[in-house]
Design a binder for this molecule. Structure first.
Ligand SMILES: [Zn+2]
Length: 145
């Protein structure tokens, strides 16, 4: 069992194949999926899956601090990240993609915050918004036309 399925079990949820599959997507995905993305990805495998099950599972994982809700990416939908190590999430407000950006100094900042605040930091959520290189290139082509 992995971290997320253990968490669901600890929360008193039954480990149905659907819930296990939701956890697997969250752990393996680099796409920072929304509930709807997870739902559509699993539907071929689980035709009886309901969107409510996906939402409920995500909410339990979120309330246990096992996944981070990143907020929306300009698409009005909450994106989720199971990677709790300090890293930057870059959000493109045009194509709504969310990518990870590793920056070693983020970890230095976290250590400094811990030392000065006395907190034990359990996770970090750092989201930068902007236009990705692809959307910038597309945008400038359209603007100059
Ligand atoms: Zn983009």
């Amino acid at each position: 069992m992995n971290r997320l399925t253990e968490g669901l079990k600890a929360a008193g949820l039954r480990l149905t194949p659907q819930r296990v599959a939701i956890c697997k997507i969250l752990e393996e995905s680099k796409d920072h999926p929304t509930a709807l993305m997870i739902y559509h990805q699993l539907l071929p495998q689980f035709p009886t899956l309901s969107l409510a099950t996906v939402y409920k599972t995500l909410n339990v994982l979120k309330s246990m601090g096992l996944v981070h809700a990143l907020g929306d990416a300009g698409d009005g939908a909450e994106h989720f990240d199971a990677d709790l190590t300090p890293h930057i999430n870059l959000v493109c407000t045009k194509c709504h993609r969310v990518v990870d950006f590793d920056e070693a100094r983020i970890q230095e900042i976290q250590r400094a915050v811990e030392q000065r605040s006395g907190y034990v930091i359990q996770g970090a959520r750092i989201v930068y918004y902007g236009l990705c290189p692809q959307c910038r290139a597309n945008g400038s082509l359209k603007e100059s036309a």
